[in-house]
Ligand binder design. Structure first.
Ligand SMILES: Cc1cc2nc3c(=O)[nH]c(=O)nc-3n(C[C@H](O)[C@H](O)[C@H](O)COP(=O)(O)OP(=O)(O)OC[C@H]3O[C@@H](n4cnc5c(N)ncnc54)[C@H](O)[C@@H]3O)c2cc1C
Length: 443
């Protein structure tokens, strides 16, 4: 039995690990088009500063990534974020601390009294009767009101998906939130009921010593598979129950193929296998986003906290600033500090694709306007993604049902990436584990 995995991001690597864990004999080859594996999990070192090109960690309140870290023997590189990283800020008209308790919420200037009162009435709001999909904005306006949605939900969705409340589906992007209304009749009711059932501390942000690339490399080794980097899979053909991969002018056949690539890449590879499948894959939208890392030898700011997110109403060019060296202290050399600025997303898609120089200017200006810091960075690093994070539109779940139903026509072909059921590392790892279990059951 020969298995090919296309794509060496966390989804491809986790799928490989879980297949290998249960079956030491099967032949697994992973093809990655870049020279380095990791996909959106890559760490770039610049003059002693460690800048993450994508994700900087995962939350411990879901078991998936922690379990993978432990099973792959990577506990020794696990790193807990600084306790101060729980302090977060929102920039609306000025920089305000995100309230952490009901009392702090009541005192917070982020909402007017009317806005806070509207949030409090959520408990009594009648739940939606039908199960139809809607935007996060429509859900938020119904449940907690316009002010809360345009401030808290707006900043949160920019931070997680680089999206905007009116451009993303609540059921697909925040299934747990939608479920609270469906199962308990409201958010407060659901949270109170869950608190009774699931007493315990909330999640802590975790990462890895030396950055996420350290984990990626260790996971790849632990999987004991053949990894071929710098190889772009252009096309897949299906004949007599086998799949032939066309890779840089050569062909290789496999019994099973797992595509752990962005959906638009999978669509290109599958045009001749199934045009309908390819067309559904192509319909999944991605948000452009750029990350600008800034390193300072000296910075007159204590950076006590996780960082800030802006609201759309603030009309700033940046989505937010992560105070990297405060979150994980090995991200900057001793005594130095680093930030990462996020630009673009659904809010300002055109800004994400500016030149490196322009992005650096926008980042420095954004830091000045939101944090009042007029400092020139000593080191910088720019990473641009034309299609960075999948943006699940209203109707995404229904479209995924059609996609996976259609996939049943192709025994031995599997799809596993962040394009379908969640973009967080915990989602990618959890879904990859399920995928590996299905593949093992099909063998
Ligand atoms: C800027 C940013 C910040 C983020 N921050 C966080 C965070 O803090 N926490 C969190 O939980 N999540 C975060 N995420 C989300 C998370 O990082 C991603 O959802 C996850 O890493 C995606 O993994 P993946 O393996 O599904 O896809 P990818 O990482 O995109 O991997 C796909 C791989 O396939 C390869 N490939 C594509 N086409 C081909 C081909 N034809 N042939 C061969 N190889 C191919 C690509 O080169 C790539 O390596 C962030 C994402 C971004 C973009």
């Amino acid at each position: 039995m020969k298995i090919a995995i296309v794509g060496g991001g966390i989804s491809g690597l986790a799928t490989a690990f879980y297949i290998r864990q249960k079956n030491p004999e099967v032949s697994i080859t992973l093809f990655e088009k870049d020279e380095q594996i990791g996909g959106k999990m890559k760490t770039k070192e610049v003059k002693g500063f460690l800048f993450e090109e994508g994700s900087n960690g995962f939350l411990s309140n879901k078991p998936d990534t922690l379990e993978l870290v432990k099973s792959s023997g990577c506990d020794d590189i696990l790193m807990r974020s600084d306790d101060n990283a729980r302090i977060r800020f929102i920039y609306k008209d000025a920089l305000h601390q995100l309230p952490e308790s009901p009392m702090a919420f009541l005192k917070s200037p982020l909402l007017t009294c009317k806005g806070k009162l509207r949030v409090a009435t959520e408990y009594f709001r009648v739940p939606k009767v039908d199960d139809s999909d809607e935007t996060l904005q429509s859900f938020g306006y119904r449940r907690v009101g316009k002010e809360m949605t345009d401030t808290f939900l707006d900043a949160m969705v920019a931070g997680i998906f680089a999206s905007a409340p009116d451009k993303i589906s609540v059921k697909s992007a925040f299934p747990a939130v939608a479920k609270l209304e469906r199962e308990y009749g409201g958010l407060f009711k659901g949270m109170l009921a869950k608190r009774k059932k699931e007493a315990g501390p909330g999640g802590v942000l975790m990462s890895f010593k030396g950055g996420v690339s350290t984990f990626i490399d260790r996971l790849a080794k632990a999987s004991k598979i053949e990894i071929k980097t710098g190889l772009h899979v252009k096309k897949i053909d299906k004949k007599d129950g086998e799949y032939t991969l066309q890779v840089d002018g050569k062909e290789e056949s496999f019994d099973k193929v797992i595509l752990s690539t962005p959906s638009y890449e999978s669509a290109n590879m599958l045009t001749e296998v199934d045009a309908k499948l390819s067309s559904i894959l192509n319909s999944i939208e991605y948000s452009p986003i750029s990350i600008v890392g800034l390193g300072y030898n000296e910075l007159p700011h204590d950076l006590k906290g996780f960082g800030l997110l802006t609201t759309t109403s603030a009309k700033k060019e940046i989505l937010g600033v992560l105070w990297d060296s405060s979150i994980f202290d090995d991200r900057a050399p001793k005594g130095k500090k680093s930030l990462r600025v996020m630009i673009g997303g659904q809010r300002n898609p055109e800004l994400a694709l500016k030149s490196d120089e322009e992005l650096l200017e926008i980042a420095v200006r954004g830091v000045k306007e939101t944090m009042g810091l007029d400092a020139v960075p000593d080191v910088s690093y720019v990473k641009r993604y034309e299609r960075g994070i999948p943006n699940y539109r209203v109707g995404h779940l229904e479209s995924m049902e059609n996609l996976f139903e259609k996939l049943k026509d192709h025994k031995g072909l599997y799809l596993s990436s962040n394009a379908y059921y969640g973009v967080g590392l915990n989602d990618c790892v959890g879904n990859s584990k399920k995928m590996a279990e299905q593949i093992l059951a099909d063998m």
